[in-house]
Design a protein around this ligand. Structure first.
Ligand code: NDP
Length: 255
């Protein structure tokens, strides 16, 4: 571990993410986070910002913070560290600039954007610092089973996530705000294929990096998205009489 590694800060931020994830899970079991289809109807319009702007602003720190850390440091000389940090930044480049520009979602409340901005800054710093200063892989890591298996899961999850978000987007014309039954891809098996992909992606990343901060983020993602997935599934079953009975909420054939 490098002398610049802030080990205690990394532990504190990682446990913080896990505790936040558990708290989020508990709160969401009772009341779902108020964005998208659950957005509060009573909000006055000036507290809302367009989805494209909101998603761009809130996700951006998870791309910008690690890039700034890379820029500041000279320690990214190892291929394993480089590749893994670039995978993380690549995900958030996609989420900030591509998903953010293409989304046809409804406007988001400003307090949701602020909260997400804080979590993305926190996690961007955590993953960036952890890979730059606290983890050293030797060249054998690139052929290690954990790296290869984790990378495969990461790529699989990313593909499912991006493809599923694309299928959801195609359900609407620009300006439309209605909900339809998603079909195709993994949506034929689960109600929230995009969440399933995201969870697989971050568990893959945590296996490929084999770090506690990456595992903490995977757990945080799973806790937050699983609880929301159950609400989405219930929403579809209640709204559409013809909703496919065999479709599960989040995990094909299981949950
Ligand atoms: P949703 O699946 O709720 O919505 C995604 C988009 O599709 C929204 O624009 C939504 O519109 C639209 N949409 C959803 N369902 C339908 C439907 N049945 N008919 C028409 N349009 C639909 O995902 P989130 O907004 O919660 O998340 C977006 C992305 O961010 C996902 O890829 C998710 O995995 C990721 N994410 C990651 C988190 C993490 O912790 N790593 C946390 C949260 C999200 P509208 O906004 O109007 O509902």
């Amino acid at each position: 571990m490098g002398s610049q590694c802030k080990e205690n800060v990394m532990l504190f931020l990682s446990w913080g993410l896990i505790i936040l994830g558990i708290a989020y899970w508990k709160v969401q079991r009772k009341e779902v986070a108020r964005y998208g289809r659950y957005r509060s109807q009573s909000f006055i319009s000036k507290t809302l910002i367009p989805a494209k702007v909101g998603w761009f602003l809130q996700e951006m720190p998870s791309f910008v913070v690690p890039m700034l850390l890379i820029y500041q440091s000279n320690s990214l000389d190892n291929l394993g560290n480089k590749l893994l940090l670039l995978l993380f930044c690549g995900h958030y480049f996609q989420r900030t600039l591509i998903y953010g520009c293409l989304t046809r979602g409804r406007a988001v409340e400003i307090n949701f954007v602020v909260k997400s901005f804080i979590v993305c800054s926190w996690n961007g710093y955590l993953q960036g610092h952890s890979l730059l200063y606290c983890t050293k892989y030797d060249d054998r890591w690139l052929t290690d089973f954990r790296f290869l298996f984790g990378l495969m899961l990461f790529i699989l999850g990313t593909t499912i996530n991006i493809h599923s978000d694309h299928l959801l987007r195609k359900l609407r014309k620009p300006g439309e705000a209605t909900y339809k039954i998603p079909r195709g891809g993994l949506f034929d098996y689960v109600s929230v294929a995009n969440y399933f992909g995201e969870i697989v992606e971050w568990f893959g990343y945590s296996i490929a990096t084999w770090t506690f901060p990456a595992f903490a983020f995977a757990l945080f993602t799973a806790l937050g998205l699983a609880s929301r997935a159950l609400h989405h599934h219930r929403f579809y079953v209640e709204k559409f009489q013809e909703y496919p009975k065999s479709r599960k909420a989040l995990i094909p054939f299981l949950l």
